[in-house]
Design a protein around this ligand. Sequence first.
Ligand SMILES: Cc1ncc(COP(=O)(O)O)c(C=O)c1O
Length: 388
Amino acid sequence: MLAQRISRLTSSLVRDILAAASQPDVISFAGGLPAEDALFVPDAAGLAPERLRAALQYGPSEGELRLRELVAQQLNSLGLSCGPQQVLILNGSQQGIDLMAKLLIEPGRRVLVEAPAYLAALQAFRLFGAELDGWSRVEGISAEAKMKEGLQADTCMTYLTPTFQNPSGACYSAAERRGMAAVLDAHPGIVFEDDPYRDLAYDGPAPAPLVSHLRAARWVYQGSFSKILAPGLRLGFLVAHPELFPHLLRLKQAADLHSNRLSQLLVTQVLEDGLLAGHLARILPDYRARRDVMAASLDRHLGGLASWTLPAGGLFFWVKLAQPLDSQSLMQRMLRDERVAIMPGSAFFAQPADAAYLRLNFSHASPERIAEGLARLGRVLRSQRTAS
Ligand SMILES: Cc1ncc(COP(=O)(O)O)c(C=O)c1O
């Protein structure tokens, strides 16, 4: 009775781990959750009653015009030339992934993804039957050459998170973005850039979006208010090449008519009043400090057991274990015996990985709990080394 694609729906590891991680005694490095006190609490009481009332009626599928204008303005300031008529407001940027999968994927179509890549994107692409090809940067070879190697003649979409990637934390340089864009420009496939972490930059601003370097390829770029304001608002946006926009708009209409208008009203107000910059100025030093505590704790407790690089932004450390352990068993043991939730790296690969990895989030746990959780992880890894 069920559609064939339902058999491709993998059980969500994230949901299971996050459920366990929300227990108060668990130190969680598992999710991508903002810190509780970094959540922006909008002034709903300050909204004019007539604006509030208007927001309770059905609205346009594209989203509120003023919000689309503000998003377009922001993207133009990043070097991504676009108009508000290309902006579609989403119910969280996860919806953009679903809409893109519906737009492009049929069973057997090839999609090029990073290795590793955001696991909920892999799940969505698999649901629609995509054949996933993995692409990654390799030391000593240009990103451009690797991209050329990864693209097949029939790749229908390339999905990239070039800025503070989830899970790797990687941020491609401007030169790499230009080189990759040149290769993508010579290919008929569509480029999909996912950019929810751009504003969480701790060591200086990120380079302009990769799609801003495209001259010929058709593209979709998306961002989110989840990580910088609050995920419960469920608000994101995409901006699409004019040829793709009308199709995405119809898909959005079919999915949910439009995004939540109260959230749109609140976020419009935040942007219009210029409150986002102040909020970021408040939360970034705290996130930077947590990142630095995690870096120091990794040095202290995992030195010799694993390797990692300091992420210049985003929410994660990507840790490569020196031992060839099964990261899912390690995750289970850490949760059961140590009450520490970690995310196994294997979930983020379309094909089996070359080694064991862990993704560790640093934005949610307090600095003290970060240090304690990593001490426990170090102890377990050392005991496993002695055991093997
Ligand atoms: C790369 C990436 N894309 C999209 C999303 C979805 O975010 P949201 O739907 O909250 O905007 C996430 C969330 O963690 C993410 O890491």
